[in-house]
Design a protein around this ligand. Structure first.
Ligand code: DGL
Length: 265
């Protein structure tokens, strides 16, 4: 019997685990590989040209090694910058992560939505296009925070941040003109659903949070609908591009996502 080709879920760090969990829940028999480009982390503070070169090259190496059925780029920064380059370079289905502006606009009563992402994501023309197409009658306020990405990484390593850290990381969104009207926030970085509870507690008033992980899981299930995976899935593997020394602090957090096999590239 030939070995089933895995689905590869990719991010700069642990943020993509929010997407990985949604895919695993929907496709419990699918073989999964999770890859964190820790050697390239963080993406959100890096120049777009660097991400646009690095991500297709790395995914090309990973495609050779794992022969995946499909790749999910579980990272808004990499998707908004490098999705076309990856699709041009690789001959297999690529599912990207798009900031969930459309569902947020459908939900907002005040017609003022916040987009919380990395600094790189919130300045992408891709976000302008989504806002123009799906939220033309909304005020769309954007805020990029590298601190929030790092807070999510720390949480997974078992180092919880203080409520003030979260308040500070979000302050730049609510302080903008119209910030007091925001009732819906797009979590436009896959790290942020991992700290959604902390964000909700730190927000100055109740707001709705929207992200794209369920949509990505649905899309992945649709693209693999003809695949009959045999019985139980093999234990999923996590791969970090480095450094090996950092791995131990992540192991307990990864285990909570079913990732007990952790390797470095
Ligand atoms: N998780 C990533 C995203 O969705 C980026 C985090 C980072 O590396 O800055 O944008």
């Amino acid at each position: 019997m030939t070995r089933a080709r895995p689905l590869l879920v990719f991010d700069s760090g642990v943020g993509g685990l929010s997407v990985f969990a949604a895919i695993r829940a929907r496709l419990p028999a699918a073989p999964l590989v999770y890859v964190a480009d820790r050697a390239g982390y963080p993406y959100g503070t890096k120049p777009a040209a660097l991400i646009e070169a690095r991500v297709p090259a790395l995914l090309g190496r990973l495609a050779e090694r794992f022969d995946p059925e499909l790749i999910v780029i579980a990272c808004n920064t990499a998707s908004t910058i490098a999705l076309d380059a990856v699709r041009g370079a690789l001959d297999l289905p690529i599912v990207g992560t798009v900031p969930a502006i459309k569902p947020a606009a459908a939900l907002s009563r005040t017609r003022t939505i916040g987009v919380l992402g990395t600094e790189a994501t919130v300045r992408q023309p891709y976000v302008d296009r989504l806002a123009a197409e799906f939220a033309a009658d909304c005020r769309v306020l954007r805020h990029g925070s590298a601190a929030l990405v790092e807070l999510a990484e720390r949480k997974l390593r078992g180092e919880p941040g203080a409520p003030d850290d979260y308040r500070e990381a979000m302050a730049g969104l609510f302080a903008q003109p119209g910030g007091d009207e925001v009732d819906t926030i797009v979590l436009a970085c896959t790290h942020f659903p991992l700290v959604e509870e902390e964000l909700a507690a730190a927000a100055p008033r109740p707001v709705a949070f929207v992200d794209g992980k369920e949509g990505i899981a649905r899309r992945t299930a649709w693209l693999t609908r003809e695949r009959a995976w045999p019985g139980e899935a093999p234990a999923p593997v996590a791969l970090f591009t480095g450094p090996a020394a950092a791995l131990d602090s992540y192991r307990p957090g990864l285990a909570r996502f079913g990732l007990n096999r952790v390797e470095t590239l």
